[in-house]
Design a protein around this ligand. Structure first.
Ligand code: TMP
Length: 225
Protein backbone atom coordinates (compact mmCIF):
# COMPACT_ATOMS: atom_id res chain seq x y z
CA UNK A 1 0.00 0.00 0.00
CA UNK A 2 1.33 3.48 -0.86
CA UNK A 3 1.87 5.89 1.99
CA UNK A 4 1.17 9.60 2.09
CA UNK A 5 4.74 10.31 3.21
CA UNK A 6 6.29 9.06 -0.06
CA UNK A 7 4.59 11.75 -2.10
CA UNK A 8 6.54 13.99 -4.47
CA UNK A 9 3.72 15.55 -6.45
CA UNK A 10 1.38 18.43 -5.73
CA UNK A 11 -2.26 17.97 -4.76
CA UNK A 12 -4.74 20.71 -5.71
CA UNK A 13 -8.48 20.41 -5.12
CA UNK A 14 -11.49 22.42 -6.35
CA UNK A 15 -14.50 23.15 -4.19
CA UNK A 16 -17.74 25.09 -4.44
CA UNK A 17 -21.50 24.81 -4.43
CA UNK A 18 -23.32 22.97 -7.20
CA UNK A 19 -23.36 25.29 -10.23
CA UNK A 20 -20.33 27.31 -9.05
CA UNK A 21 -18.33 26.65 -12.24
CA UNK A 22 -15.52 24.80 -10.40
CA UNK A 23 -15.35 21.94 -12.94
CA UNK A 24 -14.86 24.41 -15.81
CA UNK A 25 -12.11 26.13 -13.81
CA UNK A 26 -10.39 22.84 -13.08
CA UNK A 27 -10.41 21.95 -16.80
CA UNK A 28 -8.96 25.36 -17.72
CA UNK A 29 -6.24 24.99 -15.07
CA UNK A 30 -5.36 21.47 -16.29
CA UNK A 31 -4.92 22.78 -19.85
CA UNK A 32 -2.79 25.67 -18.70
CA UNK A 33 -0.57 23.51 -16.47
CA UNK A 34 -0.06 21.00 -19.28
CA UNK A 35 0.95 23.76 -21.71
CA UNK A 36 3.45 24.92 -19.06
CA UNK A 37 5.02 21.45 -19.05
CA UNK A 38 3.47 19.85 -15.96
CA UNK A 39 2.38 16.22 -15.86
CA UNK A 40 -1.25 16.56 -14.69
CA UNK A 41 -3.65 13.90 -13.38
CA UNK A 42 -7.35 14.88 -13.14
CA UNK A 43 -9.83 13.24 -10.80
CA UNK A 44 -13.29 13.75 -9.35
CA UNK A 45 -15.10 12.87 -6.10
CA UNK A 46 -17.26 10.96 -5.74
CA UNK A 47 -16.48 8.80 -8.78
CA UNK A 48 -12.79 9.07 -9.63
CA UNK A 49 -12.40 5.29 -10.11
CA UNK A 50 -14.61 2.59 -11.69
CA UNK A 51 -15.64 1.43 -8.17
CA UNK A 52 -16.14 5.07 -7.18
CA UNK A 53 -18.48 5.60 -10.15
CA UNK A 54 -20.68 2.77 -8.89
CA UNK A 55 -20.73 4.35 -5.43
CA UNK A 56 -21.48 7.76 -7.00
CA UNK A 57 -24.58 6.30 -8.64
CA UNK A 58 -25.90 5.08 -5.28
CA UNK A 59 -25.12 8.46 -3.69
CA UNK A 60 -26.65 10.70 -6.32
CA UNK A 61 -29.44 8.69 -7.96
CA UNK A 62 -32.70 10.59 -7.61
CA UNK A 63 -34.55 7.47 -6.37
CA UNK A 64 -32.33 6.97 -3.29
CA UNK A 65 -34.21 9.45 -1.16
CA UNK A 66 -34.05 7.24 1.96
CA UNK A 67 -30.22 7.29 2.15
CA UNK A 68 -29.33 8.18 5.77
CA UNK A 69 -26.86 11.05 6.44
CA UNK A 70 -24.25 8.80 8.09
CA UNK A 71 -24.48 6.24 5.27
CA UNK A 72 -24.06 9.15 2.83
CA UNK A 73 -20.93 10.30 4.68
CA UNK A 74 -19.42 6.80 4.72
CA UNK A 75 -20.13 6.20 1.03
CA UNK A 76 -18.47 9.53 0.13
CA UNK A 77 -15.38 8.34 1.99
CA UNK A 78 -15.58 4.81 0.58
CA UNK A 79 -15.33 6.27 -2.93
CA UNK A 80 -12.45 8.52 -1.78
CA UNK A 81 -10.53 5.72 -0.03
CA UNK A 82 -10.61 3.71 -3.27
CA UNK A 83 -9.35 6.74 -5.19
CA UNK A 84 -6.56 7.43 -2.67
CA UNK A 85 -5.18 3.91 -3.08
CA UNK A 86 -5.90 3.30 -6.75
CA UNK A 87 -5.00 6.62 -8.38
CA UNK A 88 -4.16 9.57 -6.15
CA UNK A 89 -1.21 8.29 -4.08
CA UNK A 90 0.41 6.51 -7.06
CA UNK A 91 0.11 9.71 -9.17
CA UNK A 92 1.58 11.84 -6.36
CA UNK A 93 4.35 9.26 -5.94
CA UNK A 94 5.21 9.76 -9.63
CA UNK A 95 5.54 13.50 -9.02
CA UNK A 96 2.37 14.53 -10.90
CA UNK A 97 0.24 17.57 -10.25
CA UNK A 98 -3.01 15.93 -9.14
CA UNK A 99 -6.23 17.94 -9.53
CA UNK A 100 -9.45 16.76 -7.91
CA UNK A 101 -12.93 18.14 -8.50
CA UNK A 102 -14.04 17.99 -4.80
CA UNK A 103 -12.40 16.30 -1.80
CA UNK A 104 -12.92 16.14 1.99
CA UNK A 105 -13.84 19.83 2.22
CA UNK A 106 -17.01 18.88 0.31
CA UNK A 107 -17.81 16.27 2.95
CA UNK A 108 -17.19 18.82 5.70
CA UNK A 109 -19.42 21.39 3.97
CA UNK A 110 -22.22 19.10 2.69
CA UNK A 111 -22.40 16.37 5.36
CA UNK A 112 -20.80 18.19 8.32
CA UNK A 113 -22.67 21.49 7.84
CA UNK A 114 -25.42 20.82 5.27
CA UNK A 115 -26.67 17.62 6.94
CA UNK A 116 -25.67 18.84 10.41
CA UNK A 117 -23.45 15.84 11.25
CA UNK A 118 -20.75 18.18 12.58
CA UNK A 119 -17.00 18.18 12.03
CA UNK A 120 -15.96 15.22 14.22
CA UNK A 121 -17.28 12.29 12.15
CA UNK A 122 -15.86 13.91 8.99
CA UNK A 123 -12.39 14.29 10.54
CA UNK A 124 -12.52 10.79 12.08
CA UNK A 125 -13.36 9.01 8.84
CA UNK A 126 -10.97 11.20 6.84
CA UNK A 127 -8.14 9.83 9.00
CA UNK A 128 -9.06 6.30 7.96
CA UNK A 129 -9.87 6.97 4.30
CA UNK A 130 -7.18 9.53 3.41
CA UNK A 131 -4.48 8.61 5.95
CA UNK A 132 -3.12 12.11 6.37
CA UNK A 133 -3.40 13.15 2.72
CA UNK A 134 -4.39 16.84 2.71
CA UNK A 135 -4.41 19.04 -0.40
CA UNK A 136 -1.49 21.48 -0.81
CA UNK A 137 -3.99 24.01 -2.15
CA UNK A 138 -7.77 24.18 -2.38
CA UNK A 139 -9.54 26.59 -4.70
CA UNK A 140 -13.12 27.31 -3.64
CA UNK A 141 -15.28 29.12 -6.19
CA UNK A 142 -17.72 31.14 -4.12
CA UNK A 143 -21.19 31.96 -5.46
CA UNK A 144 -24.62 32.87 -4.15
CA UNK A 145 -26.35 29.55 -3.33
CA UNK A 146 -29.56 30.59 -5.15
CA UNK A 147 -27.64 31.39 -8.35
CA UNK A 148 -25.66 28.13 -8.19
CA UNK A 149 -28.70 25.99 -7.51
CA UNK A 150 -30.67 27.53 -10.39
CA UNK A 151 -27.74 26.88 -12.73
CA UNK A 152 -27.22 23.33 -11.52
CA UNK A 153 -30.91 22.47 -11.85
CA UNK A 154 -31.17 24.00 -15.34
CA UNK A 155 -28.13 21.98 -16.45
CA UNK A 156 -29.53 18.76 -14.96
CA UNK A 157 -32.86 19.25 -16.75
CA UNK A 158 -31.10 19.96 -20.06
CA UNK A 159 -28.95 16.83 -19.74
CA UNK A 160 -31.84 14.75 -18.34
CA UNK A 161 -29.47 13.83 -15.51
CA UNK A 162 -30.70 11.30 -12.93
CA UNK A 163 -27.76 11.87 -10.51
CA UNK A 164 -29.57 14.79 -8.91
CA UNK A 165 -30.48 13.63 -5.40
CA UNK A 166 -28.49 16.43 -3.72
CA UNK A 167 -29.65 19.12 -6.12
CA UNK A 168 -33.18 18.42 -4.93
CA UNK A 169 -32.32 19.74 -1.46
CA UNK A 170 -33.85 23.05 -0.45
CA UNK A 171 -31.96 26.35 -0.65
CA UNK A 172 -31.42 26.42 3.14
CA UNK A 173 -29.28 23.28 2.80
CA UNK A 174 -26.97 25.03 0.32
CA UNK A 175 -26.77 28.09 2.55
CA UNK A 176 -25.47 25.83 5.34
CA UNK A 177 -23.00 24.25 2.91
CA UNK A 178 -21.70 27.71 2.03
CA UNK A 179 -21.33 28.52 5.74
CA UNK A 180 -19.23 25.37 6.04
CA UNK A 181 -16.93 26.55 3.25
CA UNK A 182 -16.63 29.99 4.92
CA UNK A 183 -15.67 28.33 8.19
CA UNK A 184 -12.94 26.23 6.53
CA UNK A 185 -11.65 29.39 4.81
CA UNK A 186 -11.37 31.18 8.13
CA UNK A 187 -9.62 28.22 9.78
CA UNK A 188 -7.17 27.43 6.97
CA UNK A 189 -6.63 30.63 4.96
CA UNK A 190 -3.30 29.51 3.46
CA UNK A 191 -4.55 26.23 2.01
CA UNK A 192 -8.20 27.11 1.30
CA UNK A 193 -8.59 30.05 -1.11
CA UNK A 194 -12.00 31.60 -1.74
CA UNK A 195 -12.34 33.04 -5.24
CA UNK A 196 -15.28 35.22 -6.25
CA UNK A 197 -17.26 33.15 -8.77
CA UNK A 198 -19.67 35.92 -9.74
CA UNK A 199 -17.51 37.01 -12.71
CA UNK A 200 -16.62 35.79 -16.21
CA UNK A 201 -14.83 32.40 -16.40
CA UNK A 202 -11.77 34.21 -17.84
CA UNK A 203 -11.44 36.56 -14.85
CA UNK A 204 -11.95 33.71 -12.39
CA UNK A 205 -9.32 31.64 -14.24
CA UNK A 206 -6.77 34.46 -13.80
CA UNK A 207 -7.27 34.39 -10.02
CA UNK A 208 -7.04 30.60 -9.99
CA UNK A 209 -3.79 30.79 -11.96
CA UNK A 210 -2.38 33.36 -9.53
CA UNK A 211 -3.19 31.20 -6.49
CA UNK A 212 -1.77 28.07 -8.15
CA UNK A 213 1.40 29.88 -9.22
CA UNK A 214 2.14 31.14 -5.75
CA UNK A 215 1.44 27.70 -4.22
CA UNK A 216 3.71 26.00 -6.76
CA UNK A 217 6.55 28.44 -6.16
CA UNK A 218 6.11 28.00 -2.38
CA UNK A 219 6.58 24.26 -2.95
CA UNK A 220 9.62 24.78 -5.17
CA UNK A 221 7.67 23.64 -8.25
CA UNK A 222 7.46 26.91 -10.18
CA UNK A 223 6.19 27.15 -13.73
CA UNK A 224 8.80 25.69 -16.06
CA UNK A 225 7.60 27.24 -19.34
P1 TMP B 1 -20.58 17.25 -8.47
O1 TMP B 1 -21.92 17.67 -8.99
O2 TMP B 1 -19.66 18.36 -8.22
O3 TMP B 1 -19.98 16.13 -9.26
O4 TMP B 1 -20.83 16.66 -6.99
C1 TMP B 1 -21.76 15.72 -6.72
C2 TMP B 1 -22.62 16.08 -5.53
O5 TMP B 1 -22.12 15.40 -4.37
C3 TMP B 1 -22.66 17.55 -5.17
O6 TMP B 1 -24.01 17.88 -4.89
C4 TMP B 1 -21.84 17.63 -3.91
C5 TMP B 1 -22.01 16.28 -3.29
N1 TMP B 1 -20.92 15.83 -2.42
C6 TMP B 1 -21.17 15.68 -1.05
O7 TMP B 1 -22.27 15.91 -0.58
N2 TMP B 1 -20.15 15.25 -0.26
C7 TMP B 1 -18.90 14.94 -0.75
O8 TMP B 1 -18.01 14.55 0.02
C8 TMP B 1 -18.67 15.10 -2.17
C9 TMP B 1 -17.33 14.77 -2.74
C10 TMP B 1 -19.71 15.54 -2.95
Amino acid sequence: MSTTSGRRGVFITFEGLDGSGKSTQMRLLAERLRSAGYDVFESVEPGGTPIGRQIRRILLHEDNTELAPTAELLLMFAARAQNVDQWILPALGEGKVVLSDRWTDSTMAYQGYGRGLGADPVLDVDRIACRGLVPNLTICIDIDPAVGLARARARATEKQDIEIRLEQEELAFFRRVREGYMQIASEEPRRFRLIDGDRTPELIAEDVWGAVNSALSGLGRSIQA
